[in-house]
Design a protein around this ligand. Structure first.
Ligand code: ADP
Ligand code: MG
Length: 318
């Protein structure tokens, strides 16, 4: 199977929403009038972002999910994406599985594949997504203000829990491992929540490198600090805190990575609106702390006293 057979068999569908899709030198997109185009790229490298044990179908899902998560964090509506693939071989079983996972998530979000690049080499997947957001309404990292509540969506830490089980650092019961592994391999991008938070959240970010590290970007961009009540974050581990000791559970929740939940801020007066956005999008939202004028990030333990435990952030070159 040659490059162009491969593309036409697995990655070419007629464009439905875009003026021009796969097949020419460029695709053409048509964001609605009065909207900005939101653009983001994420690359997945074997051994770095995923384990070779992952099923191709889950990998196809995840490659698109991590990109849609960036659109969610901006409050943008997905339009289209491109797929740049480096493949060690034209393995048809692998391609069919990968494409199935990718198309299922793409269709669920009405996001169409409009182009890409295909080459032979080490397994590497780079997707670029394009979304639209009404001009001036994108959720940014820079909008958090002292007094705002700090919120997170969904559950946190289960992907890290699965990773530590793979590494052999933690032993998990089989059922807890399967559930945590599903969270690691098939994250849910919070696209409906992101759009529902427009006009309500003052800032947002998606959590890819761990809550503390990613929140740090919001604090820096907004010129503020924050306090997190860790007693409110500990229960966010979906596997339950019974599967490991509390220190590990906190590490997974606060500094886990690969969560693809949203961390966002909103004024306390808008708590009913935030909760309504959560309900409307079918996404749990939890208030975990507050934004303060004093720079830095402070963690409170169960008794309300400063937490002694320290956490390392994730940095590819750190
Ligand atoms: P070019 O030489 O102009 O870069 P290519 O010959 O690489 O174009 O690709 C031919 C067409 O197939 C282009 O429209 C390109 O966007 C598309 N394409 C290539 N790889 C993929 C892929 N993995 N998924 C979707 N479309 C792809
Ligand atoms: Mg090319």
């Amino acid at each position: 199977m040659g490059e162009f057979d491969l593309i036409s068999r697995y990655f070419h569908r007629p464009a439905q929403r875009s003026p021009l899709g796969v097949g020419d030198d460029c695709a053409l997109l048509a964001p609605a009038a009065g909207h900005h185009l939101a653009v983001s790229s994420d690359m997945l490298v074997e051994g770095r972002h995923f384990l070779s044990t992952v099923a191709p179908e889950r990998l196809g899902h995840k490659a698109l999910a991590v990109n849609l998560s960036d659109l969610a964090a901006c409050g943008a509506k997905p339009l289209a994406f491109t797929l740049a693939l480096s493949l060690p071989a034209a393995d048809e079983a692998w391609l069919a599985g990968f494409a199935r996972g990718m198309w299922a998530l793409a269709d669920a979000h009405g996001c169409e594949l409009v182009g890409g690049d295909t080459t032979n080499g080490p397994l590497n997947i780079c997707i670029t997504v394009f979304g639209e957001v009404p001009a001036g309404q994108a959720l940014l990292r820079s909008g958090a203000r002292p007094g705002d509540d700090l919120w997170v969506s969904g559950t946190l830490g289960d992907a890290r829990l699965a990773l530590e089980a793979f590494r052999g650092t933690l032993q998990l019961p089989a059922q807890a491992f399967a559930a945590a592994r599903l969270r690691m391999e098939t994250p849910t991008p919070r696209v409906p929540l992101g759009q529902a938070l427009r006009g309500c959240a003052t800032s947002a970010i998606d959590i890819s490198d761990g809550l503390l590290g990613d929140l740090g970007h919001v604090l820096a961009a907004s010129g503020v600090g924050a306090t997190i009540d860790t007693a409110r974050t500990l229960p966010l581990l979906a596997a339950g805190t019974g599967v490991c000791d509390d220190a590990w559970a906190l590490t997974c929740v606060l500094a886990g990575g690969d969560d693809y939940e949203l961390a966002f801020t909103a004024p306390p007066a808008l708590r009913p609106e935030v909760e309504a956005a959560g309900r409307a999008s079918g996404t749990a939202v939890t208030r975990i702390g507050r934004i303060e004028a004093e720079p830095g990030l402070r963690l409170l333990g169960a008794n309300g006293a400063p937490l002694a435990q320290r956490f390392a952030g994730f940095d590819h070159f750190g």
